[in-house]
Design a protein around this ligand. Structure first.
Ligand SMILES: NC(=O)C1=CN([C@@H]2O[C@H](COP(=O)(O)OP(=O)(O)OC[C@H]3O[C@@H](n4cnc5c(N)ncnc54)[C@H](OP(=O)(O)O)[C@@H]3O)[C@@H](O)[C@H]2O)C=CC1
Ligand SMILES: O=C(O)C1=N[C@H](C(=O)O)C[C@H](O)C1
Length: 250
């Protein structure tokens, strides 16, 4: 393992790619490559790649990481921040789990990852008959996927606490005469506007009281710092798919 980690950035000109570049510059790290749409993924001079792009671009990059890793004593680390993977794309990513150290999360902030544990506890204790769960999220107007990766992780955490599969109880759109809410549903509401960095709330609503867990991201540098932390942690790991909970030890 080389003493200094050499960082490549995928989606380097994007909002997150630029934020990652700034964090790496500020902390005196070596940026070994910057990839954009249409570039070949030349990873010969890189140990890790921080990737905030699109699901298809992340998949193509993962294939390149796996292939480059074959000629190395240590696997390449890919930190995957892209969101909006379909279940089929997620399955394709898993095919590289024996060759690449992948750290994938819809949100690399400490706060959201702490909230996931709290939501698992709360949803295990608040029964589905009396407590309705609603996930609310807001983002900038250029975001292309909905609900956000974070909202889906928060919804997954509450479904886990209740011992159900999110896909069986998820309600992501309401419009018109849709009938009364079903006990056990987990609802999602989405706001898109202006420059909102990332707002997430999870409500547990009973007839008499409402408990709200919320997180507000003020600057996307937050996610970039978490991704760099994840990359450094990943250098000591075996190939596999990890998440930010693993990095933080939550
Ligand atoms: N996990 C987390 O903590 C966070 C995740 N995100 C997620 O990260 C992703 C990127 O967000 P954001 O930076 O705001 O989006 P941007 O659109 O600003 O950036 C995405 C970048 O990826 C580039 N890109 C597209 N296709 C490819 C490709 N095939 N190969 C290489 N690069 C490509 C885009 O280029 P072009 O403009 O030419 O299309 C663009 O520069 C989103 O999925 C978002 O949800 C965002 C913030 C935090
Ligand atoms: O696209 C964004 O900007 C963000 N995307 C992530 C998500 O989908 O949850 C994380 C963050 O909220 C910002």
């Amino acid at each position: 393992m080389s003493a200094t980690t050499r960082f490549a950035i995928n989606g380097a000109k994007g909002r997150m790619g630029q934020a990652v570049g700034r964090v790496l510059d500020e902390t005196g790290q070596t940026v070994s490559a910057r990839f954009e749409q249409g570039d070949m993924f030349d990873l010969t001079r890189s140990d890790v790649v921080i990737d905030f792009s699109t699901p298809e671009a992340s998949l193509a990059l993962c294939e390149a990481c796996a292939s480059e890793g074959l000629s190395r004593p240590r696997p390449i680390v890919q930190v995957i921040g892209s969101t909006g993977f379909t279940p089929e794309q997620q399955d394709r990513l898993a095919l590289y789990a024996d060759e690449v150290v992948m750290i994938q999360s819809g949100n690399f902030s400490l706060g959201v990852n702490l909230m996931i544990g709290l939501l698992k506890q709360a949803s295990a204790r608040l029964n589905a008959k009396d407590w309705d769960i609603e996930v609310l999220e807001g983002h900038h107007k250029r975001k292309v996927d909905a609900p956000s990766g974070t909202a889906l992780m928060l919804g997954e955490a509450t479904a886990y606490g209740r011992g159900v599969n999110l896909k069986d109880v998820k309600v992501a759109a309401r419009d018109g005469i849709i009938g009364a809410r079903k006990d056990g549903d987990i609802g999602f509401s989405v706001i898109r506007g202006g420059g909102i960095v990332g707002e997430h709330s999870v409500l547990f609503a009973s007839e008499d009281e409402i408990i709200t867990f919320s997180h507000s991201a003020r600057d996307r540098t937050l996610f970039a710092r978490g991704a760099v932390q994840a990359a450094q942690w990943g250098r000591k790991q075996k190939p596999g798919i990890y998440d930010m909970q693993d990095v933080l030890g939550f």
